[in-house]
Ligand binder design. Structure first.
Ligand code: NAP
Length: 283
């Protein structure tokens, strides 16, 4: 059982690995700003250790927590009840206790779309066509929300069967990588949901030439803050959306469940995170 100071509410991020996470900066900033006696910690848990820890969150001293790679599907199965977004995407990234039950929610979905709404207002044009690169966890949230908003969605992924599974689930279309140039010509929104372009990973190499100038380019990656894709898009005059806002927008949901209050995404908080990312990302 973790040590618990009287009245101190504790939440944590459960994942493997977790050391890179900026979530403690966000939640601990809000606790301080709102005068809440709360703390948010990191819990590196192997897939073997995660289920017992999550089931015993309360006895481990936590009011709840976030769940990240590779435990989101396991958290979905462990939760006694789930919110509508979690049910739709089949993944849980927020856990909290309610009336003796372990509740599961999905805030990546909200984070994805709220960030797009904020950074590219008016993105949803009549007959909106979105191209989503990738078919992993981030793509699930993106495709679900884009479809909820009525966009026509094409999914392009290296492993075609994964794209087909996702497309079937949400009423989108699946394609192999060689379809990309053709799809870009009619896209209004292009979203990178692969891990390509992330610091330490291979670059994402795509030619944006076919893309309409009015198209919005969104990269869910936030390390680096401006990926090579976003830089190329900005230089071509596209509106661009980075992944940091998605992280910030998803965080409020869990915070309200665990600590209460009305956490705000202030420019100061975003600037703190930007500075941390810039300082710790290799050039
Ligand atoms: P994931 O489930 O592991 O999916 C990774 C995706 O990238 C898959 O579609 C995979 O294709 C593709 N991919 C990986 N390596 C590739 C390569 N060499 N060539 C082509 N495609 C490749 O990961 P995830 O959880 O969706 O995360 C994806 C990215 O989103 C990560 O960078 C993560 O940090 C970011 N993310 C950001 C937020 C946020 O709040 N901003 C939230 C969640 C995730 P295959 O299917 O062919 O393997």
């Amino acid at each position: 059982m973790g040590e618990m100071r009287a009245g101190l509410r504790r939440a944590c991020l459960m994942g493997h690995p977790v050391a890179h996470s900026r979530s403690p900066m966000i939640h601990n900033y809000w606790c301080q700003q709102l005068g809440i006696a709360g703390v948010y910690e990191l819990k590196d848990l192997t897939p073997e250790a995660f289920p017992a820890f999550a089931r015993g969150l309360g006895t481990n001293g936590y009011v709840g927590g976030n769940v990240t790679v590779p435990h989101k599907e396991a958290a979905f199965r462990l939760a006694n009840a789930r919110d509508a977004a979690a049910e739709a995407v089949g993944a849980v990234n927020v856990l909290w206790a309610e009336n003796g039950k372990l509740m599961g929610g999905n805030s990546d979905t909200h984070g994805f779309i709220a960030n797009l709404d904020e950074r590219a207002p008016g993105w949803k044009v009549p007959g909106c066509r979105a191209v989503v690169l990738g078919a992993g966890g981030a793509a699930r949230s993106a495709v679900y929300m884009l479809r909820e908003r009525g966009a026509d969605v094409d999914i392009v992924n290296r492993t075609l069967p994964r794209a087909q599974e996702l497309a079937g689930r949400f009423g989108a279309r699946a394609h192999a990588m060689d379809a990309l140039a053709r799809l870009l010509a009619t896209a209004d929104v292009l979203v990178n949901c692969t891990s390509l372009g992330m610091a330490g990973k291979e670059a994402l190499r795509i030619d944006l030439a076919p893309l309409k100038r009015s198209a919005v380019v969104y990269d869910v990656i936030y390390v680096p803050l401006e990926t090579a894709l976003l830089k190329a898009a900005r230089e071509r005059g596209h509106r661009t959306v980075d992944g940091l806002g998605m992280l910030l927008h998803q965080a409020g949901y869990g915070f309200r469940k665990w600590f209460g209050g009305s956490p705000q995404m202030t420019p100061e908080l975003r600037a703190l995170l930007e500075a941390d990312i810039v300082a710790k990302t290799p050039k």
